[in-house]
Design a protein around this ligand. Structure first.
Ligand code: ADP
Ligand code: ZN
Ligand code: ZN
Length: 721
């Protein structure tokens, strides 16, 4: 064989250059494209992916690959479909292909783990006629397994039998492994769909077999999940699989259980699994054992044997955008994947992103709407409290306190929403105005209680609570503003004898804790719930009749261009937790800017009206989604280094002569100018055309950076902060 047939291109997980040529020793089979190979790299060895095995490289001194990880004739680790997706991501996000592939593969696969499905520890009787009168215990175990098929080894031991006895019967082939997936039956059937739901299910079913994105906009509680479930049923009858993405915070055991009751062969992928558990689910999806994969952001990379439908629930959710490293959007990748596979993508939300609404308006997405709540529940009424002439007690206005009393007296539950953890966001010197700051960030410290400490919400550093002012030595330090801990304390003082529950990241570290709290709350006795956005997502509180939004102003005034959209989504989502058929809900919003047009539009015209107005103002301001954007961020302990680097980027892009297509703003300090000791700057690129933006980013990606500088390109940034 000539040398030219024995050279392959390998993508390695390293920054900058990502594909390298290697020769394949004559005693080794030529790896297929997508296979994992061990290659020498620098002074070490690394695992790479063969991305091309027909390379013409006449160079005779190429390093040889060391070993194949995926055996000859076995399925490559990265399928052709996912390799194409990775190549597209590498070009679109301007990120090295080797690092993209490292993100696409589960961690265990990246480390070279063998692709073997661990057999389930689940057992059944295979020879019912077997009888051994001299071994009565054997007979007892057989009887036990007959009445409890698909029992696990642990169940068998718990019932008083030994492993040895089980092994004996297995050796005799009287007992064999069973497949709990194959055996499980659906425990629940579909609900009779409403007319609105039926229409949506039909439209989705029409789209099966071709690429079409459908945007399902339905108010909270309108029965979107029921539509997902019934659409998935249509896919399964055709022998297909469905991939369902949900926000990080919403993937709870309850969510999984809801799917598994209808479809037992549902697998779950999320960050709390061990690497091996993730790999197992990945393998079972790849070989078609699971019908449905339910997962968070990175589940978009799950290989599927016969994928026919992708669903992204709460498609506006920020957790779909990875905010560091490879800054991809799982929602956008879902569209790419659906297109490549010629299958439909269903995006669902009560508060769709402006990106998706814009696509729906341009006719690129099919817009499906659910205007009514399932089961006839009504939408809540909105009220705004003008805080400018209110007496405030513990952060709550008198008017709000009265409304809360009224609801509690009527045996309703009350939800107080505010997006700040801790006791108070600032500790202020009453004498000179000094505020307690983080040593490593340009940020104020948040006062926390139990235990009392100051915490930086940006870098997580903790400090003792100062006893006196750093500036003037005065001891009168005053907590300013309201956090969830303080709101909880206020509620306890104001509404004595009423249980108060606080739900935020500090009180609710585990799912178990959250479940216990939810169970308690959903017994229905009057209570006050205080919480952050953890409360706004996923959970239903049928007995909540009042939702109070404490500080909507912060979001409306933020310099981030996405802040109004995010705030409106949160208000509508948290409002959607309230009320059911027999108990309509009310939403009261405290604001020092009750005439803010964003707020009044939201209240008068609902989310759709708000979104239309906001979309128009984004268009005028030439911001996404109407105009493509990228951010270049640079950070360093030396501020000049970061700033100069971005200046160089700016000069370089200006030298491309694309002034008519691209405007560059900055470098400016990031809104939090220093974080964890590093100074942060950013450069914003806005383009008239996407192709121009990519041309420019591609040129910038070649810029060499000093070693003490971290920098990144963020295409379609979610967070401009
Ligand atoms: P969403 O996902 O839009 O928030 P869900 O699918 O969770 O809404 O539905 C909200 C509630 O309404 C659930 O308790 C669900 O069981 C119920 N529901 C949904 N569809 C129907 C239906 N067709 N008939 C009766 N109840 C329904
Ligand atoms: Zn002072
Ligand atoms: Zn800090």
């Amino acid at each position: 064989m000539s040398n030219h047939n024995r050279v392959i291109q390998v993508a390695v997980p390293r920054p900058l250059h990502s594909v390298y040529d290697y020769s394949v020793p004559t005693d080794m089979p030529l790896p297929s494209v997508g296979c994992r190979v061990h290659v020498p790299f620098g002074r070490t060895t690394t695992l790479g992916i063969c991305v091309n095995n027909e390379v013409a490289n006449p160079h005779s001194r190429l390093k040889p690959i060391q070993a194949l990880v995926d055996a000859e004739n076995s399925e490559p680790a990265v399928s052709a479909e996912l390799l194409d997706l990775a190549k597209w991501m590498s070009a679109y996000y301007h990120h090295p292909l080797g690092e993209v592939l490292a993100t696409v593969l589960p961690a265990a696969a990246r480390r070279g783990a063998e692709f073997a499905i661990t057999p389930a520890d689940s057992w059944q009787v295979s020879k019912t006629e077997y009888a051994n009168p001299r071994a009565p215990r054997q007979q007892q175990l057989l009887d036990f397994l007959m009445t409890n098929p698909h029992c696990t080894g642990a169940d068998i031991i718990a019932a008083g039998f030994s492993r040895a006895l089980l092994n004996k019967l297995v050796d005799l082939s009287v007992v064999v492994r069973s497949d709990p997936l194959a055996a499980a039956d659906a425990k629940e059937s579909h609900l009779p769909a409403s007319a609105e739901q039926k229409l949506a299910i039909e439209q989705i079913s029409h789209a099966l077999g071709r690429f079409q994105t459908l945007l399902l906009e339905g108010v909270t509680g309108s029965g979107k999940t029921e539509i997902y479930l019934q659409s998935i049923a249509n896919v399964l009858t055709q022998g297909g699989q469905a991939l369902v993405l949900v926000p990080e915070i919403a993937l709870t055991p309850q969510t999984l259980a809801r799917f598994q009751r209808r479809f037992p062969k549902t697998g779950m992928l999320h960050s709390a699994l061990t690497d091996n558990e993730r790999l197992q689910t990945w393998l079972k999806s790849r070989q078609g054992d699971f019908d449905i994969i339910l997962g968070t952001r990175s589940a978009i990379f799950t290989p599927c044997k016969n994928l026919r439908l992708i669903i992204v629930d709460e498609e506006h959710d920020s957790s779909y955008k990875q905010q560091d490293g490879l800054r991809y959007s799982a929602r956008d990748l879902a569209a790419k994947r659906a297109q490549a596979l010629s299958i439909p993508l269903l995006l669902g939300s009560a508060t769709p992103s402006l990106e998706s609404l814009y696509n729906a308006k341009r006719g690129r997405y099919q817009h499906l709407r659910l205007l009514n709540r399932a089961g006839g529940a009504q939408m809540p009424d909105y009220h705004v409290i003008d805080m400018r002439n209110e007496n405030v007690l513990h952060g709550l206005s008198h008017q709000l306190i009265n409304v809360i009393r009224r609801h509690l007296d009527a045996a309703g539950q009350v939800l107080i929403y505010l997006n700040r953890r801790g006791f108070a966001p600032t500790l202020l010197c009453q004498s000179c105005g000094w505020q307690s700051h983080c040593s490593d960030c340009d940020a104020k410290l948040t006062l926390h209680q139990s235990p009392p400490q100051m915490i930086c919400h940006h870098c997580n550093l903790r400090f003792p609570v100062p006893q006196q002012c750093d500036n003037c030595g005065h001891t009168a330090l005053l907590p300013i503003g309201l956090g969830t801990q303080r709101a909880e304390e206020s509620a306890r003082q104001l509404f004595k004898d009423t249980p108060v529950y606080r739900i935020d990241r500090d009180t609710t570290r585990s799912n178990k804790q959250l479940n216990a709290q939810l169970e308690q709350i959903n017994r229905g006795e009057p209570c006050v719930l205080v919480g952050t956005q953890m409360l706004a997502k996923g959970h239903h509180f049928p007995n909540v009749t009042l939702v109070a939004v404490i500080n909507a102003d912060a979001g409306l005034l933020s310099p981030d261009f996405r802040a109004p959209e995010r705030t409106a989504q949160l208000i509508v989502q948290v409002a959607g937790r309230a009320g059911r058929a027999d108990r309509p809900g009310e939403v009261w919003i405290q604001s020092y800017q009750p005439d803010n047009p964003l707020l009044t539009t939201l209240i008068e015209s609902g989310y759709s009206g708000f979104a239309n107005a906001e979309l128009a103002s984004r268009e005028t301001a030439q911001l996404p989604p109407t105009t493509p954007m990228a951010l270049i961020r640079a950070e360093s302990e030396n501020p000049q280094l970061a700033k100069n680097f971005l200046l160089r980027c700016k000069v370089q892009s200006e030298s491309l002569g694309m002034e008519t297509d691209i405007s560059i703003m900055g470098p400016v300090p990031a809104p939090i100018g220093r974080m964890a000791k590093r100074h942060r700057f950013q450069l914003m690129l806005i383009a008239t055309r996407r192709s121009a933006l990519h041309h420019c980013l591609k040129a910038l990606n070649q810029t060499s950076a000093p070693s003490k500088l971290r920098w990144s390109i963020d295409v379609d940034p979610y967070d401009a902060m």
